[in-house]
Design a protein around this ligand. Structure first.
Ligand SMILES: O=P(O)(O)O[C@H]1O[C@H](CO)[C@@H](O)[C@H]1O
Length: 297
């Protein structure tokens, strides 16, 4: 039984195939682009939207049954357009568990993208650097994740399974596509980008940032960076067969010592995004082109 709505079956559930299809139909009737790549923008990482040509923009509030975002710095828009010749859809404004959303709602845009025709998802986020060798402004390509909410049973796939999207039990050992990761490293090299890392992203529920003891525990468990998003989207994307690539902008160093001067601050995270805008824009543009040219998307 779903403890969000009390239903026993996937039928008629707000995340059911039929209901997502209905929502998607509204968009399909108003836009001619069939997106191949979906992009989810992290906090302060909306710069990607500047790459779009031929764009059609929807405010979340105008899409029937679509959630609305409440987080400062998040626009709440769905943008269709092209990067080069590649048709894309961009989600600008995430939905978070800490806003009070059930996880199926946080991840609804992923299922919408799937039914729009997307086959590859690029996800970005702002994250705190746990690895002591990381600096503010670094970009971390995500090799893998640790989904702490899922350890406690908070998984977006909890509740009735809709087989039309994917199977009840799904493997996650290949969550992040190895071939796309290789291409991304190629892009980093070709652009001569500095401050690029590869590591493990840990998701905590938020909205409070971590204590020093929690950060040390995350480090000892193998996390290089920490944030409050992305992993739920990847779980749902893999469930419905989308290929995933994710990167983090390291917006702060996490305070690993009690006398540390570091302090996590959302406004500061937004500013760091602004400082690395050009690099991030070029990186995403080249990656999309490379994936299209290499038939990897
Ligand atoms: O992960 P994104 O969406 O970039 O947002 C990150 O930024 C916020 C904290 O500043 C948190 O929501 C954290 O997850």
């Amino acid at each position: 039984m779903c403890d969000n709505c009390g239903r026993n079956s996937a039928e008629n559930h707000p995340f059911s195939y039929e209901n997502v299809e209905k929502l998607t139909k509204y968009l399909k009737e108003r836009v001619s682009i069939v997106p191949q790549i979906g992009i989810i923008c992290g906090t302060g990482l909306g710069v990607v939207t500047k790459l779009l040509t031929d764009s059609t923009i929807f405010d979340y509030k105008d899409i029937p049954d679509f959630p609305v975002s409440t987080v400062p710095g998040h626009h709440g828009r769905l943008l269709f357009g092209r990067i080069g010749s590649t048709p894309v859809v961009v989600v600008q404004g995430r939905f978070y568990f800490y806003e009070g959303n059930p996880l199926w709602k946080c991840t609804l845009p992923v299922r919408v993208m799937k039914l729009l025709g997307v086959s590859t998802l690029i996800l970005s986020n702002a994250a705190g650097g746990i690895n002591s060798s990381y600096s503010v402004g670094d970009i971390m390509l995500v090799r893998d994740h640790i989904n702490f909410p899922t350890f406690g049973g908070n998984n977006p796939l909890r509740g009735p399974n809709d087989d039309k999207f994917g199977p009840r039990f799904g493997a996650m050992n290949d969550a992040y596509d190895r071939r796309i990761l290789v291409e991304a490293k190629g892009v980093v090299k070709s652009l001569g980008m500095s401050g690029v890392q590869e590591g493990v992203y840990a998701c905590i529920g938020g909205p409070s940032f971590e204590t020093v003891a929690e950060l040390r525990a995350l480090r000892d468990l193998g996390a290089d960076a920490v944030g409050m998003s992305t992993v739920h989207e990847v779980v749902v994307a893999r469930h419905c067969g989308l290929k995933c690539f994710a990167f983090c902008l390291i917006t702060n160093k996490c305070p690993m010592e009690y006398d540390s001067k570091e302090k996590q601050d959302h406004e500061e995270h937004l500013m760091v995004g602004k400082q690395r805008e050009d690099d991030l824009k070029n990186f995403v543009e080249k990656l999309v082109l490379r994936l299209t040219e290499g038939n990897l998307a």
